[in-house]
Design a protein around this ligand. Structure first.
Ligand SMILES: NC(=O)c1ccc[n+]([C@@H]2O[C@H](COP(=O)([O-])OP(=O)(O)OC[C@H]3O[C@@H](n4cnc5c(N)ncnc54)[C@H](OP(=O)(O)O)[C@@H]3O)[C@@H](O)[C@H]2O)c1
Length: 271
């Protein structure tokens, strides 16, 4: 297990790597550079998904309390990831449950553009993130969703059988110069990107608490045999308060998995 020992100088060096894909193969083996360098220097499009969970794989209580699952070092890690990407994506369920700011506060660095998948235009426009003077907000809604007024850039995407196609989401964000993306949750949103074979890296940060019940961080279609499980190549990092699995999900980066389900992605209800 590799220990992440961050300091201001090292973090400034990592931040300076943002967008420098020409330096991707010149990262040294310092653990923090090995962890964050590939995000900062990734060729676009690049998708990182991140889950902060308990020992028993929960990301919230059954009533939706999700604050403080990750310890302080897990939160700093999440904020570093936000600072290294162009955009952070969450589903409408996360906005409704958590009312998140999605900003970089625990470390120095730029705030990413905030992207909300709200296929059915469920948000009212009164949610905090529309009015907090933070980074720009992009709402992704279906072409036939009811029209409302938002203090945000609303992008309409054709509704498919299973909602909005994550590949189209990556394309429309790429057209706006948002090529490095962090998919932060919740489970249904992450599942669609994973099931589409679109996630390059998956970060699972585990904090030492047991919640006992409640939603899990990743919710994929059921499999019968473990031979059908995805077994990504992973590096394990000790963040301090949390343990991080840095998983390479793209084939060619060491993952073995069942065939990608690109044509028809079915996401079950919460476990
Ligand atoms: N600890 C963490 O790392 C973390 C991070 C974020 C959130 N959370 C927790 O996760 C919980 C929320 O998770 P969740 O899974 O219920 O909510 P979610 O993923 O934030 O949002 C789910 C909603 O978004 C829709 N959606 C997602 N992707 C879509 C797509 N491509 N096209 C159309 N619709 C799409 C879903 O539609 P369907 O109804 O059609 O599926 C559903 O209505 C909260 O308790 C929150 O606190 C934890």
């Amino acid at each position: 297990m590799r220990m992440i020992e961050m300091n201001d100088g090292l973090w400034a060096r990592i931040l300076a790597l943002r967008g420098r894909s020409d330096l991707a193969d010149r990262l040294d083996c310092e653990p923090a550079l090995a962890l964050y360098g590939p995000i900062a220097t990734a060729c676009e499009p690049f998708v990182l998904a991140q889950v902060g969970q308990s020992l028993d794989g929960r990301v919230a209580t059954p009533t939706g309390d999700a604050r403080d699952i990750s310890g302080p070092d897990g939160i700093a890690h999440l904020h570093r990831c936000r600072a290294l990407v162009d955009a952070v994506i969450v589903g409408v369920g996360t906005v409704q449950c958590d009312d998140p700011r999605l900003s970089v506060r625990a470390v120095d660095g730029p705030d990413p553009v905030r992207v909300i998948i709200d296929c059915r235009a469920e948000l009212s426009g009164e949610e905090s993130l529309f009015d907090d003077s933070g980074a720009p907000v992009i709402l992704l809604q279906a072409h036939d969703a009811v029209q409302k007024r938002y203090r945000a850039d609303v992008i309409r995407i054709r509704r498919r059988a299973n909602g909005l196609d994550p590949r189209e989401i990556i394309d429309v964000l790429g057209e706006r110069g948002l090529g490095r993306i962090l998919v932060e949750g919740g489970a249904r949103t992450i599942a669609r990107f994973i099931a589409g074979g679109l996630v390059d890296r998956l970060h699972v940060a585990i904090a030492p608490l047991i919640i006992g019940s409640g939603p899990t961080g990743i919710c994929l279609p059921p499999i019968d045999q473990l031979s059908g499980a995805t077994r990504p190549k992973a590096t394990v990092y000790n963040l301090g308060s949390d343990i991080l699995f840095d998983c390479r999900l793209r084939s060619g980066e060491g993952a073995t998995s069942a065939p990608a389900q690109r044509d028809e992605i079915r996401v079950p209800d919460h476990a």
